[in-house]
Design a protein around this ligand. Structure first.
Ligand SMILES: [Zn+2]
Ligand SMILES: [Zn+2]
Length: 231
């Protein structure tokens, strides 16, 4: 098997999703990007997950958050690769950082649930990137992964094509299966935390079905334009 993986890596080299440099077969990001992309835990709010805290402006349904990096430069490239089914390295890289942070904080969960993607979109892409992140975190923390509790009920226009209001209205398309989640402490995973609307709606649905707490984990988070220069 070793020679086949070397041969594959010769013809289709493993690349850093953030800067496109060539990596060895088992690396996820190059050393420079691995050092510079993740935020330290002091650089974002532990409740909303944003570097520019939105706790005062928004009422949150989730109870706290961990994020890996801000949506700038290398992260934008890495997320784009992830969304275009070209390179999933960043999902695994971010999941490992997130799992380490959750473990350090000694937070306890009963299961991991990804933000769902509509089935037709998932079939086209080949995977749901939030589920890739959730799956790796669940594996590291030895927690069950439940992919069929939250559902996306209809196909959607890409979130980035919508205004904030349209995005909020559009979130009605999330649904939940009838399964009760009484007393469960849930870790909810997504790729990008933007306005918090998606995580809020999903967390509210989980709590309506009995969840005791919902903690959010996201690979990347956006920052408001006027804050970008400061960070
Ligand atoms: Zn790199
Ligand atoms: Zn906050």
């Amino acid at each position: 098997m070793k020679w086949t993986s070397s041969l594959l890596n010769f013809f289709y080299p493993n690349r850093c999703p953030a800067c496109d440099c060539i990596l060895t077969a088992h690396e996820l990001l190059c050393c420079a990007c691995s050092d510079t992309l993740p935020l330290s835990q002091e650089q974002y709010c532990r409740i909303c997950g944003k570097p520019d805290c939105m706790c005062r402006q928004t009422s949150l349904s989730y109870d706290g958050a961990v994020v890996c990096s801000t949506y700038t430069e290398g992260t934008v490239a890495a997320i784009l690769q992830l969304k275009q089914s070209r390179n999933t390295n960043f999902a695994i890289f971010a999941a490992r950082i997130l799992a380490e942070r959750l473990h350090e904080e000694r937070l306890q969960f009963d299961c991991v649930i990804p933000v769902p993607m509509h089935r037709s979109k998932e079939r086209m892409r080949g995977y749901n990137q939030a589920a890739l992140i959730a799956d790796e975190i669940a594996r590291i923390l030895e927690l069950p992964l439940y992919e069929d509790i939250l559902i996306k009920q209809r196909s959607a226009i890409s979130q980035h094509e919508l205004s904030a209001d349209e995005r909020a209205a559009h979130l009605d398309s999330f649904g939940i299966t009838a399964q009760r989640l009484d007393g469960m402490r849930i870790l909810l995973c997504d790729d990008v935390l933007t306005t918090g609307n998606t995580l809020n709606r999903c967390a509210a649905l989980l709590k309506e079905n009995g969840a005791a707490s919902v903690y959010a984990a996201a690979a990347a988070t956006t920052i408001r334009k006027n804050r970008r220069k400061e960070l």
